[in-house]
Structures are given as C-alpha cells and as structure tokens.
Ligand binder design. Structure first.
Ligand code: ZN
Ligand code: FE
Ligand code: FE
Ligand code: ZN
Length: 269
C-alpha cells in the first residue's frame, strides 16, 4: 500500500490466447479490481512472424480476437483497462515490429528478452545450458540485447530487467554494477521506463525483478518505473504489489508511471 492507501496499476498481464495462461481480459479485470487495483494493462505475448518462439504466443490470426477481448473488458470498466503487448526483441524483429506496433492503438509496449541467440535462457526446459555457462558472459550478452532493444526506439518499458537470475544464477553485485552502468544510460536516453515485475516471486529465485541493488541504480539514472504482476492466471494480478511498492520506496522512488497511447504519466506512490 502507498501513502494514499491504494495499490499501483498492474501493467503486465497475459491471457489464454498465449496458450500458457488462463482467462480472458475481463476475468483479469474482475480479479484485479476486486483487489482494489486502480487500473490494468493487458500485455499478452505478441504474435511473431517466421515462427519465433511460436509455442509461447498467439498466432497472428488471433490478434483481432485479442484486441476485441481487451476492448470488451474496457467497455465493462471504462477508463481502467488499457491495451498493451509484451513484444520480444530478437534478431530480425526490426523487419516487422514497427508495422505491427502501428497496427493497433496500443497504450503500452513492453520490451522483453527471453532468448540469447537460440537459447531461451529463462525456459526451465533448457536450464541445463546454465551449468556450463560463464555467468558474467551470459549476463553481458543479455544486457547487450537490452541495449539493442532500447536503441530501436520501438519499446516503452523494459520487462523483468534482471531475468537471468530466474533460477538463481545471480551475478555478484560488483560485476552487475559494472555491466549495468552503460545499459542504464542507454535505457534512460531512450526515454524508456523499467518494470518492477513481481513474477520473480513465483519463480525459483523467489525475488521481484529487479533486485533492490539494481533498482537503486535505476533510480540514480532517473528512469521511471511501472508495476507488473506478469499474471498468467487472474488470481495473480497485483501479486506482491505491497512488497513491490515498499521496494520501490526503499530505492528512493515516490512515483510510478502508467501508459496511455504510449505516453507515460506519473502517479504518486
Ligand atoms: Zn507468458
Ligand atoms: Fe516476459
Ligand atoms: Fe509476461
Ligand atoms: Zn514476461
């Protein structure tokens, strides 16, 4: 809870269309608003041509269904349900992403990195590739991709920023600080926001993305934050948000942002 007793908006939510989540936008809206959340933004995994990570996202033919299902929830709760998308940055996405992002009136485009080359490093199915990996090398390649993503200018916010820690492969703080300095410069220069994603709480690492250590550096760079549960079932909306707000305040934040038509506006924390 914040000073005014309200929770922040939940701006990272999936739906059944991605085939690994349950429920429609209206179900997430109902659950979120019953918990007292002021606003939600639905951000399902974007369709991607060419078969990129096809198992984890809606097919392009379902995109109109997605738009309509979010619109239905927005009609039921006027002004409180926004249309977003979680888009992956990956090799080749520049060829189609601008046109795709122009094809719908998105309020928010989350930018995510789930692959380093052909390795879905956050996928439990390929966790064994971590055992032979050079930790600093993996984190460094991951942050290089974040920089490339930010420089495209196509994304509004960085999702689950320290995702490589998902299974507990944390980078020691001195290394992290060293790698992060240039990355945070690039994110700040791109005018992007960065997400406090409580989904990490439900993963082996058991910790919000990003850590307090990282979040303090984010704050020092003047990068605004937003809050996302990364809900894949309606009950997960707003998950651990009181703790996320405490974390943000501890890092020195007194506001967060919500997005409308891809512009952000600050709200008090
Ligand atoms: Zn998902
Ligand atoms: Fe993601
Ligand atoms: Fe997500
Ligand atoms: Zn995600």
């Amino acid at each position: 809870m914040n000073a005014s007793g309200t929770l922040p908006a939940d701006t990272h939510i999936h739906t059944a269309l991605c085939r690994h989540a349950k429920g429609l936008p209206i179900d997430y809206a109902r659950a979120a608003f019953a918990k007292g959340l002021p606003e939600i933004c639905i951000t399902d995994h974007a369709p991607a041509p060419g078969g990129f990570d096809a198992g984890s996202r809606m097919g392009a033919e379902f995109f109109p269904v997605y738009i309509e299902s979010v619109a239905e929830a927005a009609r039921a709760y006027p002004g409180r349900v926004k249309l977003g998308i979680e888009a992956d940055y990956h090799a080749g996405c520049e060829a189609y992403l601008p046109r795709f992002l122009d094809s719908a009136p998105f309020d928010l485009v989350l930018g995510s990195i789930h692959f380093i080359g052909d390795w879905g490093f956050d996928n439990p199915a390929t966790i064994e590739r971590w055992s032979g990996a050079d930790l600093r090398q993996v984190w460094s390649e991951y942050f290089d991709l974040i920089c490339r993503m930010a420089k495209t200018g196509q994304f509004d916010a960085v999702s689950h920023f320290d995702l490589p820690k998902k299974f507990g492969h944390r980078l020691p703080e001195p290394d992290l600080r060293e790698l992060l300095a240039p990355v945070l410069e690039v994110i700040a220069a791109a005018g992007m926001a960065l997400e406090l994603n409580t989904g990490g709480r439900r993963k082996p690492v058991g910790e919000i993305y990003p850590s307090l250590f990282v979040l303090k550096l984010v704050r020092e760079h003047g990068i605004p934050i937003l809050f996302g549960s990364d809900a894949h079932v309606p009950a997960e909306t707003g998950d651990s948000f009181a703790d996320a707000v405490s974390l943000a305040r501890e890092a020195g934040f007194d506001s967060y942002v919500r997005f409308e038509q891809r512009k952000n506006r600050p709200f008090p924390l």
